[in-house]
Design a protein around this ligand. Structure first.
Ligand SMILES: NC(=O)c1ccc[n+]([C@@H]2O[C@H](COP(=O)([O-])OP(=O)(O)OC[C@H]3O[C@@H](n4cnc5c(N)ncnc54)[C@H](OP(=O)(O)O)[C@@H]3O)[C@@H](O)[C@H]2O)c1
Length: 254
């Protein structure tokens, strides 16, 4: 299998590529210096040259607070960039695996919260980044049978003195999530297109962060510079069943 990986220089891409290579996958990694996804001709050239079996799209504008003041840049990278990647994947017949986010759900306060399933209608959204990730999901559907992986992750070294006790997610450390996503890539042919939630159990950000960063102190999402959800935890039943099937070697049909 040959995987063309956008966002290869990012947090997720750096963890995912070596896992795929260790499993015998040929990986061609792209950062923004290799190909700017906002440039359709450049994307098309790169994809046409690589002719991958899978186009794993992890490139994105991910600065959630910065997106509020750089709305156009965030939209161009996340929405237009995804459309370009999806069109290019369609042209060469590559399977698109698009990385989306738990932020496509509202997550609490005055609306139902948490435990979101793939069949739940996403939105409304809290902030500009979330809006672009939601619209990007629809852009990804330009590619036939596109697999839209909603996930969430953190780096092992938490860069802040505090972490939110009042923001619940199913996210995990990026190395944990990269293991799960590598299994998705390896078994993608057994997974129907559309959304798939790939994460772990529900927990607060504080609970996750202090597993590896015990000195971090409690904080509140109310103190963040941008509106953040209360509970965007994902129901991962479908992925858990698939993963169990892969690890026991039985045929999957989800
Ligand atoms: N981090 C999270 O908590 C989280 C949660 C849910 C979903 N996600 C999604 O997971 C994916 C990966 O996130 P990440 O945290 O690994 O991102 P990241 O560390 O911020 O890295 C972003 C990647 O995108 C590339 N990129 C940015 N602008 C680009 C452009 N115009 N053209 C081409 N490449 C561009 C960057 O390339 P350069 O290094 O060359 O700039 C880099 O490789 C994204 O789709 C993100 O939305 C992340």
């Amino acid at each position: 299998m040959h995987v063309l990986l956008t966002g290869a220089t990012g947090r997720l891409g750096r963890e995912l590529a070596p896992r795929l290579e260790a499993a015998g996958v040929r990986v061609t990694g792209l950062g923004s210096r290799d190909v700017n996804v906002t440039d359709f001709d450049a994307v098309q050239r790169a994809v046409d040259t690589a002719r991958p079996d899978v186009l794993f799209h992890a490139a994105a504008f991910t600065d959630v607070a910065g997106a509020e003041t750089q709305r156009e840049a965030c939209w161009c990278v996340n929405v237009d960039g995804t459309r370009h990647v999806a069109l290019a994947a369609r042209e060469v017949g590559a399977r698109l695996i698009h990385v989306s986010s738990d932020y496509v759900f509202w997550g609490g306060d005055d609306r139902p919260k948490g435990g979101y399933r793939e069949t739940d209608t996403p939105g409304p959204v809290r902030n500009t980044y979330a809006l672009t990730k939601l619209v990007a999901e629809e852009a990804a559907r330009v590619a036939p049978d596109a697999l839209i992986v909603r996930t969430s992750f953190r780096e092992t070294a938490w860069p802040h003195p505090t972490a939110f006790t009042d923001l619940y997610t199913s996210q995990d450390y990026v190395d944990v999530i990269a293991d799960l996503l590598a299994s998705v890539v390896l078994h993608h042919a057994q997974i129907e297109g559309g959304p798939l939630h790939v994460a772990t159990e529900r927990k607060s950000v504080f609970d996750l962060v202090t597993r590896r960063n015990p000195d971090v102190t409690p904080g509140s999402r109310r103190d963040a510079a941008v509106d953040l959800p209360e509970d965007v935890s994902l129901d991962v039943t479908r992925f858990t069943q698939l993963h169990a099937t892969w690890t026991t070697g039985k045929e999957a049909t989800a």
